[in-house]
Design a protein around this ligand. Structure first.
Ligand code: TUI
Length: 315
């Protein structure tokens, strides 16, 4: 499958691994890149030097391209913006904000910039600012989300910009990849399916929560995890507690108190009652642990079969 995305990033398959905060570290990113996708190290809210180490470690694990995700609402964003340039990271993805102020420095350093966009307006702004591609992420995704579904957002963004568009949100197999291509995407970004891989360094309880989750098992907290932004995770005592507090109109500071450290609790200690187990709606379809290489190769093979054979034989 050759698209502007495979060409631009020098990858075999047009499949990005989402830059999941606290989750996506060098082992996972290198495994995805070695499998022919684009692995991404999440900057999350980690200190810059921790991410520098992760970048250096990733380089020892793969000679393929990989990226770093910068969460723009995090206080580490300025530091990470410099570190990616210093370390010669080839690709930066951004989330939870507008990366406009870093664009000039990144472009001058030859870093390819791919912002996550939840709307057509932001996609257009990013194209004007010099983005190399955009990731149109629907609200099926886990973590911090926008308001529009992938099936509606993706073709509207494709129509609005000339740069290549990567689809994200609700994609975990070849059907999702093929569907995204049909909507005009030239690649996809997947998060949830990579949680269920041996290379993903999260607590076993987190993997179990994802494997057990059914289609209706995620909940959106109204907005606390990123300073008032909606956030999707697996329903548990934590989400019930937060949603109850929101419905009761508790002050923001009180709700924030409940959410601080919740993702870390899920990832590191596997605290099933107090952790935020971020996971997309497609979690209901992720039912087994498979190596990154298998995830990527089967996703591609299934999409290839659908796009080349199945629908041709129907007509
Ligand atoms: O960013 C994400 N997903 C995330 S971020 C996250 S945060 C976090 N929480 C706890 C601990 C550590 C980190 C969890 N999941 N996805 C990309 C995304 N970006 N979704 C929505 C957006 C977005 C929203 C508004 C992008 C741009 C935007 O722009 C607003 C503006 O400035 O115009």
């Amino acid at each position: 499958m050759k698209t502007r995305i495979t060409e631009l990033f020098g990858i075999e398959y047009p499949i990005f691994q989402g830059g999941m905060a606290w989750v996506a570290e060098s082992t996972l990113a290198a495994a995805v890149s070695n499998a022919g996708g684009l692995g991404i190290i999440a900057g999350g809210s980690a200190p810059g030097e921790v991410i520098r180490e992760q970048i250096r470690r990733c380089k020892t694990l793969t000679d393929k391209p990989f990226g770093v995700n910068i969460m723009l609402m995090s206080p580490n964003a300025d530091d990470l913006a410099k570190i990616v340039v210093e370390e010669g990271v080839p690709v930066v993805t951004t989330g939870a904000g507008n990366p406009g102020k870093y664009m000039e420095a990144w472009k001058a350093a030859g870093v390819k910039v791919v912002p996550v966009v939840p709307s057509v307006a932001l996609a257009k702004r990013m194209e004007r600012a010099g983005a190399d591609a955009v990731i149109a992420e629907g609200m099926e995704s886990g973590g911090h989300i926008g308001q529009i579904t992938t099936i509606c957002l993706l073709p509207q963004v494709v129509d609005a910009v000339s740069i290549p568009v990567i689809g994200a949100g609700g994609i975990a197999d070849g059907r999702g990849l093929a569907a995204a291509m049909m909507l005009g995407a030239e690649g996809v970004q997947c998060g949830t399916v990579f949680l269920a891989t041996p290379e993903c360094q999260i607590h076993e309880n987190y993997k179990e929560m994802v494997l057990k989750a059914k289609d209706t098992d995620s909940a959106v907290t109204g907005g606390i995890c990123v300073g008032g932004a909606p956030c999707r995770q697996v329903k548990n005592k934590y989400t019930r507690r937060v949603i109850e507090a929101e419905r009761a109109g508790k002050p923001f500071a009180e709700i924030e108190e409940l959410t601080i450290g919740s993702l870390r609790r899920a990832v590191q200690t596997g605290d099933k009652d107090n952790g935020s187990f971020m996971c997309g709606q497609i979690g209901g379809m992720v039912n087994e642990i498979r190596p990154c290489k298998e995830v990527i190769e089967t996703m591609f093979a299934q999409a290839d079969e659908l796009l080349h054979n199945k629908y041709k034989s129907l007509y």
